[in-house]
Design a protein around this ligand. Structure first.
Ligand code: C2O
Ligand code: CU
Ligand code: CU
Length: 532
């Protein structure tokens, strides 16, 4: 098979030492770097304590939109520009964040406790990252700064979901209603503005949203003091410590197919450290990166006990030394530092250090549990599916095989809606991926289960739209065998998920969570149809 320019660049980037994510997003040629780059490895490591994002607080109550007699907590969170030290030895970095921080304040809410959030855009009127005005929704006649908040993984009415076109300009705000009628899980919130989402999230517009419930409480997992959110993402910085988002070599179309940075922020710091006791901890991990797949592990090979996925607890913990997490995905991990008293351990992405744990020397009492059974999971039956939709993931290349846009099932954002499940129906969505990328596909509103994956013959699909299987049916890995809202559709495979479209009728979106793909047409609306 002839090797394309893109493949070649990808391989040479890999040979040059870039971390290539296994069975995942790949590496392109180094994009244009106009300003002198910061080499993060030149920085002193583990000199900044890991920040713990503040909790979001409701200041008041307001009548519930569904029953005005009931008063429910009301929050107000504003998106602001701010300057922050991402490292002790760097000048302050300009970022944009919810509540003027990155990550934004953590929501910590009880399941079924509905809340209202007023999301206020108090950002400047000018963007500081390179907008590509040829992308749909980001044309020159659109306001430069637009934002809309979306809680990823939340089951919410459509008008509160943060539809990408429902953006607000600086000075405006919107009140969204979150019923929280869902199981305990770590969700996250982030900007979702059409055509500039990758830039807004890159700027820092993201935070954690944790839902609790009684099933989880009864498990006696490590308590709040020992429960730590880890919001991980990659960035690039210039020598002045400013965020740097690379551009293509074509000035009119600065869009790049994927962003991979060499500097990794954990809760907004480069190489932070965390002092821990020799006992069990619970880590709520979010990959908030634009395009990077992380392969998390600990330097001393201590097992990571995964207790949950995107949408909550697994049926039983799964132990592993390394776990992959794609953009948009979450991991709920328990780590027991008991045997590690007095040592220092690195959290790594393959061999790249992300942060350090300093385990104190004196042993402590640990009453928390790592139960063998967590939450029973009812498998959705294929026979319950009213429909299977085959949906291709498409990359459109230029003459030299550089991607120019990405599509879902051959359709662009503005094409008429084609996915329209009926409310309360169950459907199988089968993603056909003949591209070279693993695409983390995310559906709003619903949680789903992964049925299986199967290798396909790309050429037969690309040339004749025929599905030829070249391998056996592979069940989901144990670490993704729980409830999900984002699924890695691996290259050269058919990936099948099953979901019940319950909650609310109305218009939602599904998309690839590689933000560069999402912003360049790899996002589609879908309608949940009201039953009559
Ligand atoms: Cu993380 Cu459309 O969302
Ligand atoms: Cu989402
Ligand atoms: Cu993608």
């Amino acid at each position: 098979m002839p090797i394309s320019r893109r493949d070649f660049l990808r391989r040479s980037a890999f040979a040059a030492g870039a971390t290539l994510a296994r069975q995942s997003g790949h590496q392109h040629a180094a994009p244009i770097q106009a300003r002198p780059a910061l080499d993060p490895n030149s920085l002193a490591k583990f000199v900044d304590p890991l920040p713990i994002p503040a909790l979001a607080h409701s200041m008041t109550t307001r009548p519930s939109p569904t029953d005005p007699k009931i008063k429910i907590p009301f929050y107000r969170v504003s998106m602001q520009a701010f300057d922050t030290h991402v490292h002790r030895d760097l000048k302050p970095t300009r970022m944009w964040g919810f509540g003027g921080s990155f990550p934004g304040p953590t929501f910590d809410v009880a399941s079924t406790q509905e809340i209202l959030v007023e999301w206020a855009n108090e950002l400047p009127h000018q963007h500081f990252l390179p907008i590509d005005h040829t992308l749909h929704g980001a044309e020159k006649d659109q306001p430069e700064v637009r934002s809309v908040a979306h809680v990823h993984g939340a089951k919410v009415p459509p008008e509160s979901d943060g539809y990408p076109e429902n953006w607000l300009v600086p000075g405006k705000s919107a009140v969204y209603h979150y019923p929280n009628q869902q199981d305990a899980a770590m969700l996250w919130y982030h900007d979702h503005a059409m055509g500039i989402n990758r830039l807004n999230i890159f700027a820092g517009l993201a935070g954690a949203y944790i839902v609790r419930d009684k099933v989880e409480d009864a498990l006696h997992l490590p308590p709040a003091k020992y429960e730590v959110p880890l919001v991980i993402c990659d960035r690039m910085f210039d020598k002045d410590g400013q965020l740097y988002y690379p551009v293509s070599d074509k000035p009119d179309t600065p869009w790049i197919p994927e962003f991979f940075g060499d500097a990794h922020l954990v809760n907004g710091k480069l190489f932070p450290f965390l002092e821990v006791e020799p006992r069990k901890y619970r880590f709520r991990v979010l990959n908030a990166g634009n395009g990077r797949f992380y392969h998390l592990g600990l330097s001393n090979k201590l097992p990571l006990h995964q207790i949950g996925t995107d949408q909550g607890l697994l049926a039983a913990p799964v132990a592993a030394q390394q776990i992959m997490i794609a953009p948009g995905e979450r991991l709920d991990l328990v780590v027991d530092f008991k045997e590690c008293a007095g040592t220092q351990i690195l959290l790594t992405d393959d061999f790249v250090p992300l942060m350090q744990f300093r385990v104190s020397a004196t042993s402590v009492k640990d009453d928390s549990a790592l139960p063998l059974a967590l939450r029973p999971m009812q498998k959705l039956q294929e026979s319950a599916a009213a429909k299977t939709r085959f949906l291709s993931l498409d990359e459109i290349d230029d003459k030299v095989q550089n991607p120019v846009r990405m599509l879902l099932n051959g359709k662009a954002w503005h094409d008429p809606v084609t996915e329209n499940p009926t409310l309360n129906s169950t459907e199988i969505w089968a993603f056909v991926n003949p591209t070279d990328d693993s695409h983390p596909i995310h559906l709003h509103l619903v949680k789903f289960q992964i049925l299986d994956r199967r290798k396909i013959e790309n050429f037969a699909y690309l040339s004749r739209q025929e599905l030829h299987f070249t391998g056996p049916v592979v069940p989901p890995d144990p670490d993704e065998a729980g409830w999900k809202d984002t699924v890695r559709a691996h290259p050269g495979m058919l990936t099948r998920i099953i979901a019940r479209f319950e909650g609310y009728p109305g218009r939602y979106v599904w998309h690839c969570h590689i933000l560069e793909h999402e912003d360049n047409e790899m996002m589609r609306p879908f309608d949940v149809l009201q039953t009559r």
